[in-house]
Design a protein around this ligand. Structure first.
Ligand code: BG6
Length: 509
């Protein structure tokens, strides 16, 4: 056995959280219903919820504690699909209690009522003094809520207890607003109390990037500029903007996916080995890597950025409208639904290896993957005609769907002549493991209760990621990068192949 990390913070421990209260702001909203309550029910089924848990809901609408409890049960029932959560009474079975504090987050009185409620819960020794605040609201009120909690004395952690605040992306919309939001959060909460969610980090196969790289001998020696020719990262969705046209108009794929999910995947793929798997050891390495990404110069943007938007076409035989025809979208909108970037990582490991990344909606199929394309062999000791087209080796980490890893290499075709062909070596999660992978929100919730911040994003990561994309945001605002159109159901604008150089094309995922 090799020596192991002495860091106790990265040791797998008992994954059952201590007693706590969970305060949900935006408790009657869509995210809470679709993700949060079903995740709580699954955790209840798995015996991973705090021993005594009270869920305290807040929203403007005045509903009773019992109505709130029923609302949660309905959400759990609705989300059930066969093997997962489904049991509407899963939380009641565990003795979870529900309370509701109605009121606007603009009103200081709401926080006084919340304080009284939490004191009452603690008087009954139900929460152990621990509180997790979950901001399941529109981002524009994140600062207001943090400040309301702080002013009511609800951010302060009495000895031996925790007060944590869980925030969903977007964390601002550019460098400046992200800094402003962080200032607001930090006015009352210290960094160790802030849990910023990027649900991609909670995906099993995203976490597996670290396991693959740092618990095997065979991959890491090939994970650098000596062997890798190019890294391609793809986050492709078949879905359009659904009912979120108005939101998307303010966001675009740059803010929605690239600044957060995609750069996180890139950081995990390219970072140096951490000293341990403890939260800060990993986050330090991610920040170091993000800081090594060469800033994009305005003059080179046309060769480094492709901005696209989908037009009407068919996907899997179904007609879909153009982005501009989506509800809530301006008829002449220039918002990007596709973005491809060519980035350079200026460090010893990766100097000279382009990182080509792309993300888009309404693409041919859903696929999130990282592909390391290896250099070609320096010389082929084969007779002419033995190879039609020898593809370089490619290691592909399939993050979703069909989670797994594929390594493509050349093999001899059976027969009397020496013919070679590219073949895949496949590992599939589904076929190999019987264990159920937890949903991202289950993982996120249990980690927040346990105080394990590994899968959450630290403030400096957020800022560095915004700094990387800020030149692109500025260029889009100046309209300095042309908007290319692509038919829904395609792999995006053909212009994006130009980023790769030569006659190269993106992998057909
Ligand atoms: C969200 C974006 O963060 O991620 C959505 O706001 C996107 O636009 C979603 O559809 C994709 O997540 P997943 O887990 O389905 O890949």
């Amino acid at each position: 056995m090799p020596r192991m990390s002495p860091d106790p913070a990265s040791a797998p421990g008992d994954r059952v959280a201590v007693s706590a209260s969970l305060v949900v702001f935006g408790a009657t909203g869509d995210l809470a219903h679709r993700k949060l309550y079903p995740a709580l029910a699954s955790l209840a089924n798995a015996g991973q919820l705090p021993g005594r848990l009270t869920v305290v809901g807040n929203a403007r609408r005045a509903i009773s504690n019992e109505e709130f409890a029923e609302d949660v049960r309905n959400a759990v029932e609705k989300a059930g699909d066969g093997d997962s959560p489904g049991r509407r009474d899963a939380l009641d079975q565990l003795g979870v209690r529900f309370r509701f504090v109605p009121g606007s987050v603009d009103d200081a009185d709401t926080f006084q009522q919340l304080r009284a409620e939490l004191e009452d819960i603690d008087a009954g020794r139900d929460g152990g003094g621990n509180v997790l605040y979950y901001l399941s609201t529109v981002p524009s009120v994140f600062g207001t809520i943090a400040s309301g909690l702080g002013k009511a004395g609800l951010a302060h952690e009495p000895p031996g207890t925790f007060r944590r605040i869980v925030v969903e992306k977007p964390f601002g919309r550019d460098v400046e607003t992200a800094r402003h939001l962080d200032d607001q959060l930090h006015q009352h909460f210290r960094e160790h109390q802030i849990y910023r969610i990027d649900h991609y980090l909670a995906k099993e196969t995203v976490q597996n990037i670290l396991a693959l790289r740092f618990t095997n001998t065979v991959f890491e020696p090939l994970w650098n500029r000596r062997y890798v020719d190019r890294v391609e990262i793809t986050v492709a969705e078949q879905l359009g903007v659904e009912h979120r046209g108005a939101f998307y108009e303010q966001s675009g794929v740059l803010r929605d996916i690239v600044q957060n999910h995609l750069l996180q995947v890139l950081a995990l793929t390219a970072m140096e080995p951490p000293a341990s798997f403890a939260a800060d050891a990993i986050r330090d390495e991610k920040v170091k890597l993000l800081r090594s990404i060469r800033p994009l110069e305005p003059s080179e943007l046309p060769d480094r950025v492709v901005r696209g938007q989908y037009t009407a076409d068919t996907i899997d035989g179904v007609d879909v409208c153009s982005y501009r025809e989506e509800e809530g979208v301006a008829p002449h909108s220039k918002v990007e639904t596709y973005l491809a970037l060519r980035l350079d990582v200026d460090n010893w490991r990766w100097a000279g290896v382009p990182f080509c990344v792309r993300a888009g909606k309404r693409l041919q199929r859903r696929a999130t993957e990282v592909a390391l394309r290896y250099k070609s062999v320096p010389f082929l000791p084969l007779p002419a005609g033995a190879v039609d087209s020898l593809e370089p080796n490619v290691m592909t980490l399939h993050i979703q769907p069909d989670e797994g890893i594929t390594l493509s290499f050349a093999a001899k075709v059976p027969g009397q002549t020496l013919q070679v062909r590219t073949v895949p070596l496949d590992f599939s999660y589904r076929e190999t493991f019987a264990e159920r992978a937890p949903e991202a929100y289950e993982r996120v919730l249990v980690d927040a209760f346990l105080g394990d911040a590994t899968l959450f994003i630290r403030g400096d990561e957020v800022h560095t990621a915004w700094e990387i994309v800020q030149p692109v945001i500025d260029a889009f605002e100046r309209d300095a990068v042309p908007l290319a159109f692509y038919p829904a159901g395609s792999w995006g604008p053909t212009e994006s192949n130009n980023l790769l150089g030569g006659d190269e094309t993106w992998r057909k995922s």
